[in-house]
Ligand binder design. Structure first.
Ligand SMILES: [Zn+2]
Length: 584
């Protein structure tokens, strides 16, 4: 095969060249790319000339692209690489538009308390909070709980959301609850009706829709303000039943987007049947999203709304109301969709699953709720860093659990003490151990100051035997006759194997011998130094085994690394260690 037909190679060259180009202002350098390719494809060292030709051809092509185009290709094809580059240079958020126009930047996060928060909310929360912090402004939490029927709020979630924000380190400067503010929305509804900028519509929704699609007004639109106020009174006092009347904001009936035309602002909900968890049946007319959010953004002095681009049309709708009220719409930043592969971010599916018992609760490890991530030892800083690196850009982004784990690992690795955990323990007897061994295993290989775990291995009997626990997975992969190094202890040779026991004999102590013999390194627990341990895995399965006895003193909530297994967060530590698995 000639190099030109080697698709894999071409791909490798393009990737290396694009990454190099974005690091060098859009112009890739020949030398480093050739070096990189030869590092990965040693088979090409004899074909450097041919390779150089191929790289040159690709460079001409790639260097003719703008840096934005180059970045876009990388983002599409190798998103993980670009993010890695960005982490290394400690990415900063782009400046907010027109920040200097305002005395103080004010942002908000406005959840509906109908579920706990999950990764899908992380971008709105973290960007809004981070911008407020960067500009020494204010970050407001606003509960949007004005739908007691379909998106019914639940008292439990107000607190859970406050807890989640605190855990994320997103301190709020003030909090508002929309169900406390109903009279305010009424006041503006009346003003809009009085000024002829809104109307109470009693049309059958389908009829209304048909008219609107033809850019025709419904009969209700042209009634006088006095008549509108009468109808409004009927909405309030029960003269209309649920579904019989809505208040609509007048917009442009010729607006190119029919969804913008005369949108509904307030509607009736039978709160005798669907009492609100906070204010019961006190109100029967409830503002819809655009009315409540629009009024509040102005009244609370929000200067920058940072939200997903699915809200673009809402912005257009609200601007009509702002115009009627003589207000200026805040700056709005719309970011693209953020997908996290393998994470279920559907609130209804989460709640349904818990109801049906297929999830153990909001912190079930299979969920991407903050409660679940917290339980598993995912740090808020990892989430924050990941979101800030993605930033507020409008392009859609797909991340994976692996991306989040990479951020988390970077934070945990230098800080977490290390221990041994043996899942599915199998006994290992080692004969001919010549003397007592004192194993002193550092808690962290790079941080001797943290201390060590100490175990004394005392050979017993004529056979000078010492016994250990090793993982079944290790024992399955070890054949009789091979050399093994018990980590930080000594080297052994396997001599016999049965279903639940392994036999071996002592060979030597030096690590160099293990290297020379290419011995596999496995971890172990001395026979009597075991502590029962149970680990809940991300798929909710349970890994049972034994941890080394030094784990007896671990405190709940601490995160440690079980060597050759992964990071875990200690959940309980009584007569047994219970932990949740984070990642490798
Ligand atoms: Zn109508």
């Amino acid at each position: 095969m000639t190099l030109e037909n080697d698709n894999e190679l071409t791909e490798l060259i393009r990737k290396a060249a694009l990454l190099n180009a974005v690091q060098h202002g859009g112009k890739a350098q020949m030398g480093p790319i050739i070096g990189k390719i030869l590092g990965e494809r040693t088979d090409l060292r004899a074909k450097v000339k041919e390779l150089t030709v191929l790289v040159t051809e690709n460079l001409i092509d790639i260097n003719s692209l703008s840096i934005e185009q180059q970045k876009r290709i990388i983002e599409e094809k190798w998103p993980e690489t670009l993010r890695k580059e960005k982490v290394d240079e400690e990415k900063k958020l782009p400046p907010l538009p027109n920040a200097s126009k305002y005395a103080r930047v004010v942002t908000r996060f406005s959840p509906n308390p109908d579920c706990v928060l999950h990764l899908g909310s992380a971008r709105a929360i973290i960007l809004s909070h981070e911008y407020a912090r960067l500009y020494k402004g204010l970050f407001i939490l606003r509960f949007e709980d004005t739908d007691p029927k379909v998106k019914r709020p639940n008292l439990v979630f107000y607190d859970k959301i406050r807890e989640d924000l605190a855990w994320l380190g997103c301190e709020i400067n003030s909090e508002y609850i929309q169900s406390d503010r109903i009279p305010i929305y009424y006041e503006y509804a009346e003003k809009l009706l009085k000024d002829g900028n809104a109307y109470v519509c009693t049309c059958i929704p389908d009829e209304f829709r048909k008219k609107t699609l033809r850019s025709e007004p419904c009969p209700c639109r042209n009634f006088s303000p006095a008549e509108q106020l009468k109808r409004w009174e009927r909405m309030l006092n029960g003269g209309y039943a649920e579904g019989e009347a809505v208040m609509r904001i007048k917009t442009d009936l010729n607006h190119p987007n029919p969804a913008v035309r005369d949108w509904p602002a307030l509607r009736i909900i039978d709160t005798k049947k669907y009492p609100h968890p906070r204010v019961g049946s006190k109100y029967r007319v409830w503002p819809l999203y655009n009315m409540a959010a629009g009024i509040d953004d102005h009244l609370l002095g929000i200067t920058h709304i940072i939200r997903g681009k699915e809200h673009l049309t809402n912005g257009v709708r609200q601007e009509f109301m702002y115009k009627h009220l003589g207000w200026t719409y805040p700056e709005a930043i719309h970011y693209g969709r953020l997908k996290i592969t393998g994470a279920s971010l559907s609130k209804s599916r989460i709640i349904q699953g818990i109801k049906e018992g297929s999830y153990t609760g909001f912190d079930d490890p299979r969920l991407a709720t903050f409660a679940a991530l917290r339980k598993r030892g995912i740090t808020p800083d990892a989430i924050k860093k990941m979101i800030i690196d993605v930033g507020p850009k409008t392009a859609d982004v797909t991340l994976s659990w692996e991306n989040l784990y990479a951020y988390n690992r970077k934070i945990l690795d230098p800080n977490c003490d290390r221990y041994f955990f043996v899942p599915d323990p199998v006994k290992l007897r080692v004969r001919n151990v010549p003397r007592i061994f004192h194993a002193e295993i550092p808690l962290h290989p790079d941080k001797p100051e943290r201390g060590e775990r100490q175990y004394v291995i005392t050979p017993k009997g004529l056979a000078k035997e010492a016994a250990f626990w090793i993982a079944k997975k290790d024992s399955d992969n070890i054949d009789v006759g091979v050399f093994i190094r018990l980590m930080e202890l000594f080297n052994i040779k396997m001599e016999g194997k049965s279903a639940d026991e392994m036999e071996a004999s002592f060979v030597s102590e030096a690590y160099e011998d293990a290297r020379r013999m290419k011995a596999k390194l496995i971890h172990w627990i001395a026979q009597h130094e075991l502590f029962p341990c149970q680990i809940v895995m991300p798929d909710a399965s349970i890994s049972e085994g034994v941890a080394e006895s030094a784990c007896k003193t671990l405190k709940p909530n601490s995160v440690i690394q079980f060597e050759r297994f992964g990071f875990v967060r200690i959940d309980e530590n009584t007569s047994k260690l219970k932990a949740y698995y984070a990642h490798k």
